[in-house]
Design a protein around this ligand. Structure first.
Ligand code: DSN
Length: 421
């Protein structure tokens, strides 16, 4: 390629450089505009966050931390990263924040490596009871490298029983106790976890990936002042770019920073960190607090509507943005239900339920969440309509004509709540 051809390429639009990818981006944008997103871990970011992600910060290498980089030309990156740190500290009241983790699992890996030696005992919530792969599942690095004891939810209430957690902690004497989840719809008693950890001399590790936006929006209790270390992804309820941060008490600052870099990662993704800074700024507003409140109102509405139609919702409701529907209450299964909903333009994720007798690929439940639908402006009235679409789709899963008609109604509702247009 001649140098003039190369420089032409620098400024040519995507649609002419790579029409295939440009077309796929357009298709995905249209899908998101015309469908309802109920995947509890997804959200819809602002144009400002998108712009920061697509910025020239992607060109930079910045191994190290502000003022101590292993590459030149980082004077602008230093200011940007420090801004992201300061905003995250203000948002969560954190003593120290590392904004470099590439995503949730690498952030959690950094915590394990900073706090534990391989083989150390760790206590975490079991995956099929609402926990996360990185909280000790045997196929994950966590379960492979550390000696896990796992707590479960109570079979009747489907809630975490703190007396049981204490009993296991006293028996197992873990080095670290994890509180956090991917599919649990009730408040976590952070203080009770901390008191159990203090009793057995364990480090407290909170994973607030799912509820960080609800905490930042002042709707749920903040564990950051209570726990030793708290991680979160930035792309779920927090509504930022895909990535993560680690918040620590001062005592863990050095070990966490050293473990993120050079322990695990090389250069941080500066364009993503710039977008994290934007998302923290957005989350510091009162508008965001209103958003977080509405997410929960919508989730409670969705749970209530489904329960009134005879669906069993684990724990009989929700305190946050998500719920797990036990489809056995309607003689349905997770995979087929996920597919039926996909056919009407509603995305959700199949989910195991505690003590499930079915396998993860076709479990007994689905997980639903309201962060994305709320971002596009839908409130309780629309959420009630969505509950009706879900019920109608699941009750007519093998009737393609009926599903097509529901799909039309879903698209009609979405058209009233445009995202980026
Ligand atoms: N995969 C995410 C979720 O859906 O909850 C957690 O990493």
């Amino acid at each position: 390629m001649s140098s003039s051809a190369a420089s032409k390429l620098l400024t040519a639009p995507l649609s002419s450089v790579d029409p295939e990818i440009a077309g796929l981006i357009d298709r995905e944008a249209a899908r998101q505009e015309h469908e309802i997103e109920l995947i509890a871990s997804e959200n819809t970011v602002s144009k400002a966050v998108l712009e920061a992600m697509g910025s020239v910060f992607t060109n930079k290498y910045s191994e190290g931390y502000a003022g101590k980089r292993y590459y030149g030309g980082n004077e602008v990156v230093d200011v940007m990263e420090q801004l992201a740190i300061n905003r995250a500290k203000e948002l969560f009241g954190a003593e120290h924040v590392n904004v470099q983790p590439l995503s949730g699992s690498p952030a959690n890996l950094a915590v394990y490596m900073a706090v534990c030696k391989p083989g150390d005992k760790v206590l975490g919530l079991k995956l099929d009871h609402g926990g996360h792969l990185s909280h000790g599942h045997p196929v994950n690095f966590s379960g492979l490298n550390y000696n896990f004891a796992q707590y479960e939810v109570d079979e009747k209430t489907c809630r975490i029983d703190m007396d049981k957690v204490r009993e296991i902690a006293l028996r197992e004497r873990p080095r670290m106790i994890i509180a956090g989840f991917s599919a649990y719809s009730r408040d976590i008693d952070w203080k009770a976890f901390k008191s159990i950890a203090d009793e057995v001399g364990a480090v407290t590790f909170g994973d607030i990936a799912h509820i960080a936006g609800l905490i930042a929006g002042k709707q749920l209790e903040n564990p950051v002042p209570i726990f030793d270390i708290v991680t979160t992804t930035t792309h779920k309820t927090l509504r930022g770019p895909r990535g993560a941060i680690i918040m620590t008490k001062g005592a863990f600052k050095k070990d966490i920073d050293r473990t993120v870099f050079p322990g695990i990662q090389g250069g941080p993704h500066d364009h993503i960190n710039a977008a994290k800074a934007v998302c923290f700024k957005e989350a510091l507003t009162t508008d965001f607090q209103d958003y977080a409140k509405q997410v929960i109102l919508n989730a409670k509405t969705l749970a209530g509507e489904l329960m009134s139609r005879g669906y069993r919702i684990l724990t009989d409701g929700t305190d946050n943005h998500l719920m797990v529907v036990d489809l056995r209450s309607k003689d349905l299964a997770g995979k087929a239900s996920e597919i039926a909903l996909e056919k009407v333009g509603i995305s959700c994720s199949r989910s195991t339920v505690p003590f499930d007798t079915k396998k993860a690929l076709d479990p007994s439940g689905i997980r639903l969440g309201t962060p994305s639908l709320t971002t596009r402006g839908m409130g309780e009235a629309e959420t009630k309509a969505v509950a009706g679409f879900i019920d109608a789709a699941l009750m007519n899963a093998s009737d393609d004509a009926k599903l097509a008609s529901i799909r039309g109604q879903v698209a009609e509702l979405c058209n009233k709540f445009p995202i980026y247009v």
